[in-house]
Unconditional design. Sequence first.
Length: 568
Amino acid sequence: MKQSEYFVPTLRETPADAQIPSHQLMLRSGMVRQLASGIFSFLPLGFRVLNKVINIIREEMNKIGGQEFLLPALNPIEIWEQTGRVESMGDVMFHIKNRDGLVLAPTHEEIITYHAKQHVKSYRDMPQIWYQIQTKFRNEPRPKSGVLRGRQFIMKDAYSMDTSWEGLDVSYNKHAEAYKAIFNRAGIKFFVVGASSGAMGGRQSQEFMVESDSGEDTCAISDSGYAANIEVAQSAISAVGRISDDLPLELFPTPTAKTIDDLVQQYGFSEERCAKSVVYIADGQPILLFMRGNDELNETKLQSILGTSNLRPALAHELIQYTGADHGSIGPINLKSNIRIIADNLLKDANGLISGANKDGYHYKNIDFTRDCSIPEYQDLRTVKAGEPDIVDGSPIRVVKAIELGHIFKLGTKYSEALGASFLDSESNEHPIIMGSYGIGVERVMACFIEQHCDTAGIIWENSLTPFHIHILGLNESKFPDVKNFAESLYSELIIAGYEVLYDDRNESPGIKFNDADLIGIPVQVIIGNKNLTQGYVEIKNRKTGDRKIIKTDEIMEEIKNLYSSIQ
RNA sequence: CGGGGUGUAGCGCAGUCCGGUUAGCGCACCUGCUUUGGGAGCAGGGGGCCGGGGGUUCGAAUCCCUCCACCCCGACCA
């Protein structure tokens, strides 16, 4: 491709709206333009990269037996009503205004299941892996970080259909392997975490994550290889346990202590002996939760314990209604009403605890959970913190932010049951199809690569995703016809040799060409200038290392090949 | 949805408090000449409903009301 004829509007200055490196560089290198919040146009250079990502994904999906579909983005709402997701998705789903009954699909479990119901009727028809690479629409409340979180984005979504849970395990593991292959080929450093199955229903789920301050997910990882989304992460921190002193329960006034910190500061209690009380309302029912004083409630864990995502902290009047006290004085003893109580595992059967007296301005101390009150249920409610020992070998946990690149998910039968997609087994018994669902954010792969591979000058592509393999810079061609002639013949020769070549034949000053080349970041630059050429030399530059090499013109093809293949 | 910020030429910005020539600067763009190995120089030139609407005023980019868009933090995120 001759750059003089190619639409690559590079920007010298960073657009003010872009905050993170990948967004800034995708704009500056002329790969994308924003059309509206969370909506991007891909320009030719960016689309080339996107297609490289897509091709890698397609090849790896085909390798595990995936069959590529193209499903419509415009969907009849009835199908979504049957699975209850019109309601559960709420505002995230776009609804068509001037044609009742149509929505824009945010994902495709329903549509896949619809087609499966039509034609997958026998155990002999399975297993199946169906996938597509297609545009999704989600009305994100707050798009951000360039293409990382958009209202319209390309997703590779795949769905497996099996006759048994063992079969689902096989399909799931195939996807896990395919995903590793995809992200490795793309050149992205990633890690895999155990994740919450959330409101999707289903059993097991893992997310493929890229560590990044721009990420919206938080993960707990450690050197032992432990890695989990913070929503489900556990640690091996030891329980509060029992102390030998067996003092009697004691009510004491705490007129100015509203928080655990107040108790610690004013009375010198140890933080971990304070039992923090939290009241939540889940599906309209109050729940009283006890946490170790310095711990934070993990709402996702609470959701899975309670089996509902409809929960919220109680309001002030509800606290008084159910416990008899305001926040800051709530505890396990003398509760005003008989409400469900769950305590965190770390408090199991503990004594010597301090907690509210359900009477404003009073606390109890020396509380013994086995003596003074009844705690019917202990669960893991807390959010792990950095530095705690992990559950593999006690290695300290690091808490990092991460971008979710992909998610694999054992769906089970939620959608097949809702939509009636069932099959007959060899004994003519009817069963719902057992499904899995597997997504990859295509633009995110591109953006994450750039986040991990850039410097102050621009992007540093590797061979797998680079928009072109070789960048020829012809310097001052209008003045030196020999430069132009050599550049053009090299350009043709490289193309014949099978390379994808971008040839900067623009009538621009050398400085502009150098800077644009570093910004665009094609791994191999071939710089053809008159001074070198008249001596029989040209220069090649490794974009990543910045190394330059002066090479005899008759050895240029060989040297390019060496440099190109050394880059990977 | 709550909080904060910004809308002035393709991009980056000044001007707005405190109303008053013809709205400015850098880059980019066009023409000519000179240049040419890390974003060249000189000369000339084009490009603006100052986000939209309404108001106040002799007069509004500037003051008031209102709507919109975009960015950031939070809430949310199958």
